[in-house]
Design a protein around this ligand. Structure first.
Ligand code: TYM
Length: 355
């Protein structure tokens, strides 16, 4: 029997290179050898209150991007999270075994809570105390929604309800995966059952990727404004790459590579050939590097990856009939499996019908 793979992406806007290398490109490869289910996490997107008028079209964008990137509905199950109501019920049941404290300590929660409360990042420890005080305090009119706190429960349910063994995600999601394993173990041991496997991340290399942004700082992210989108047109993409942050240029041979330049080299490692990366690393070391050339090369190599995806995307995006057919069939398959697990969980927890 093939191992089961589950992964999803939130419907919060178009997909960028971080989503592609952290998740999507792995989905496309894995569909050949695994029993794969890939979905759009529209319920997770609600934690940051998207405009209801655009949520549906955001879901459609990502579906089109999945298909354009090469996920094949004949090989993998593609569905929308909210089309599987069993997920919401299991989310309620699993929450009975999840601690508020462990959720509050999750890095992504602290990060998003800080944003919702308008706390600027400073000293982590002070921030943590501030977050707690403001969340519990009564005279604050700012609030952190409970859905944000229980985000990891919902994510664990997406995975556990399909009894997945492998979950291809980027580095930023590893803590959520760790929690998923913990919840699976806890449920199994509390009821003395062997229901849920403990899922692990999956990478083709030896470690999870973190794709950096173009602004010289941290990871590429939709809310950071530092993204290259798969559907950026050629002009926009070139412009973004040419404007990427670098440094003043090396002044001494073999000096350590600065963070912004290391970020561009990381992007090159993902998109260019090994000899190109080697060439620019050497050029930095002997101070002959020209950032203009390097960026031109990088833009060229990224375009080789994104152009065919963009072209297919433009074809698929408005084909409502095809997209509906794919997600309808996907939802049926995903629901059937989810309903089976939910039934088992209800039995295990002692919830039985009288009729
Ligand atoms: P989301 O939408 O934030 O991210 C989707 C995927 O893209 C990866 N990713 C990155 N990888 C490397 N470098 C980056 N800069 C970068 N930015 C994003 C993320 O790691 C992720 O794999 N919670 C999930 C959605 C989800 C899910 C699930 C995933 C909900 N339920 C069940 C797997 C299984 C998320 O944050 O997606």
């Amino acid at each position: 029997m093939k191992e089961v793979v589950v992964s999803g992406i939130r419907s919060t806007g178009n997909l960028h290179l971080g989503n592609y290398y952290g998740a999507l490109s792995k989905f496309v490869k894995m569909q050949e050898d695994y029993d794969c289910l890939f979905f759009i996490a529209d319920l997770h997107a609600l934690t940051t209150h998207p405009d209801p008028r655009i949520l549906h079209s955001n879901v459609q964008d990502i579906l089109a991007e999945y298909l354009a990137s090469g996920i094949d509905p004949e090989k993998a199950t593609i569905f929308v999270q909210s089309d599987v109501p069993e997920v919401s019920e299991l989310y309620l049941l699993l929450n009975m075994h999840v601690g508020i404290g462990e959720l509050m300590r999750t890095a992504s929660f602290k990060d998003k809570a800080r944003k919702q409360l308008g706390i600027k990042t400073g000293n982590e420890k002070d921030d943590d105390e501030d977050i707690e005080r403001q969340i519990i305090g009564t005279n604050s009119n700012k609030r952190v929604n409970a859905g944000l706190l229980t985000y990891p429960t919902l994510m664990a349910v997406d995975i556990l309800i399909q009894k997945a063994q492998k979950v291809p995600v980027g580095k930023d999601q590893e803590q959520h995966l760790e929690l998923t394993r913990r919840f699976a173990r806890r449920f199994n041991s509390f009821y003395g059952v062997d229901l849920f496997p403990e899922p692990t991340n999956f990478n083709f290399g030896d470690h999870a990727v973190k794709v950096p942004g173009l602004d010289g700082s941290g990871k590429m992210g939709k809310s950071e404004g530092n993204c290259i989108y798969l559907v950026d047109d050629e002009k926009t993409l070139r412009k973004k790459v040419m404007r990427a942050v670098t440094d003043q240029g090396p002044t001494e041979p073999n000096q350590p590579i600065s963070q912004p330049v290391e970020n561009l080299l990381t992007l090159m490692e993902l998109t260019s050939t090994a000899d190109v990366v080697e060439h620019y690393r050497k050029a930095y070391a002997d101070c002959s590097i020209r950032y203009g050339d390097m960026k031109k090369q990088l833009a060229e190599d990224i375009l080789k990856i994104t152009t065919p995806i963009r072209e297919r995307y433009l074809e698929i995006r408005n084909n409502d009939v095809y997209i509906s057919k794919v997600v309808k069939e996907g939802a049926e398959r995903a629901r059937e499996r989810a309903a089976k697990t939910l039934h088992e969980v209800r039995e295990i927890m002692g919830i039985r019908k009288f009729y």
